[in-house]
Design a protein around this ligand. Structure first.
Ligand code: HEM
Length: 443
């Protein structure tokens, strides 16, 4: 076995340490504590793992891809490997949930953002270029000073103590405040926005199996918790239309969407905000939280990046490679018969892309479990996926992480694990502990 994270306490979780292919269960309770051991077994024994009957249609299979080369091929070719997204809401509709107003609202939001504005690959690219890139993509560097200020404000709240619960006092509120500022929503609304954000990601946290399935009861509960979300955004849109500010929602109210030669409707704006909230909040939280763990676990690393800030970029990228926030997504279908690693994968199969496994694939990365600040092509990892559908918020998240650590390096001269950590992981498809106590020395 390669190097495993030192903190992982196998006695905590219900799952036993996997020793062979038969004991690999990527989606079982407590799997998070064993994912990296499973990836080594999968790379060795089943780099393409068939899940019989796991496909979308009865009688079709799903396949878990774990090799960097395979996932890279899939995400770069959306014609050959169709992208999914609308499927889940349609599934719930078939489950008889469509009568509910809140459900209809959620479906409308997703439809507005995905189907109306970007039904084709060509429109998808224009959508990104014209609507989201100026704020969270190519234009994200404009938020550098904002992020720096918000990070300093959060640190001010605990810098005179000698310990901090790092998630609730930094890693979670920072992306929340950055995102509220970018959208132009008041900070006092963050607790409510966070609740909606939590509801929106329910399938990725509490869903079961590789399709992140929710029971009808769980789905109803999720829609109930989303109540008020659309009205809130409509209210914000009304306010911004009458009194525009320098923020993303005001921009979306005013922009002439050239791809469709018209302005956006309120529903379309709400749909974009909805999609952004799914992607933006927990992901960056987990990246920053796991980076703190990497610093505690690698002797001398904090001093190295503190003394040479040009290394922060490689540090954050290598950390995302080694502890990818989103471990995998089942978002592609084969449109024709394919062969991966000698395994025949028929047309119409569901593909689960295991980004985190690809990121520790020894065929792509030398010494894959080493955090190497000098690694060649340090952004080659697939934590944000790749190709035309690569995460649209990757630039924003990268800047958030680098600025966060730059500010933390200014304010702290050392960090180490504090007392009372239990290393319990959040369930679901993301990698992150529920709490992280750190001890630090003020700079
Ligand atoms: C460390 C932080 C993040 C990680 C690891 C991450 C990862 C991902 C991944 C793996 C995908 C799937 C791409 C694909 O299907 O090929 C994705 C999609 C997406 N991400 Fe992120 N993301 C992060 C931060 C963000 C941020 C900050 C935003 C918004 C500002 C965002 C917005 C989105 C959206 C809207 C999508 C869906 C795009 C679509 O419809 O195709 N993400 N992200």
């Amino acid at each position: 076995m390669g190097k495993q994270p030192k903190h992982i306490n196998h006695e905590l979780g219900p799952m036993k340490c996997p020793v062979d292919l038969a004991s690999v269960d990527l989606f079982g309770a407590g799997a998070q504590e064993h994912w990296y051991e499973m990836y080594e077994i999968l790379h060795r024994d089943a780099p393409v793992l068939r899940i019989p009957g796991g496909g979308l249609k009865p009688g079709t299979d799903a396949y878990v891809l774990t090799k960097h080369a395979d996932i890279n091929t899939v995400v770069k070719d959306p014609e050959r490997f169709t992208v999914m997204g609308q499927r889940r809401v349609n599934d719930w509709a078939n489950d008889g949930l469509s009568g509910e107003d809140v459900f209809t609202t959620s479906r409308n939001l997703m439809t507005a953002s995905m189907v109306t504005l970007r039904p084709t690959q060509e429109l998808y690219i224009k959508h990104r270029k014209e609507l989201t890139d100026p704020w969270v993509g190519t234009g994200a560097s404009r938020h550098r000073e904002l992020i720096e200020r918000l990070a300093n404000e959060l640190i001010d709240e605990w810098i005179d103590n000698d310990s901090v619960e790092f998630i609730s006092q930094f890693a979670r509120p920072l992306p929340q405040r950055v995102f509220a500022s970018i959208l132009g929503f008041p900070f006092e609304d963050i607790p409510q926005l966070a609740q909606w954000g939590d509801a929106v990601v329910t399938p990725f946290v509490h869903g079961t199996g590789l399709k992140h399935e929710l029971s009808p009861e769980q789905a109803s509960e999720m829609f109930r918790r989303l109540e008020g979300f659309q009205d809130y955004i409509y209210e914000q849109v009304r306010a911004k239309r009458s009194n525009p500010q320098d923020d993303m929602v005001s921009f979306l109210c005013d922009v002439h969407y050239q791809a469709l030669d018209r302005k956006l409707t309120d529903l379309e704006i709400a749909g974009i905000v909805h999609a952004m909230i799914i992607g933006a909040l927990e992901t960056t939280q987990y990246a920053i939280e796991e980076q703190a763990q990497m610093l505690c676990e690698n002797d001398g690393l904090f001093d190295t990046v503190r003394n040479d800030r040009t290394k922060l970029r490689a540090f954050t990228e290598e950390s995302m490679r080694l502890r990818s926030p989103t471990h995998g997504l089942s978002t592609r279908m084969t449109s024709r018969d394919e062969v991966f690693q000698g395994v025949n994968v028929p047309a119409g199969s569901l593909l689960h892309l295991r980004f985190a496994a690809a990121n520790v694939d020894g065929e792509e990365f030398d010494c894959p479990f080493d955090l190497d600040l000098e690694r060649h092509g340090v952004t080659r990892h697939l934590a944000f996926s790749a190709g035309p559908r690569v995460c649209p918020g990757a630039n924003l998240s990268r800047i958030e992480q680098q600025v966060a650590w730059d500010v933390l390096c200014n304010r702290l001269s050392s960090i180490e694990y504090g007392e009372g950590n239990d290393w319990q992981h959040q369930p679901g498809i993301m990698l992150g502990t529920l709490k992280l106590n750190l001890k630090f020395t003020k700079a």
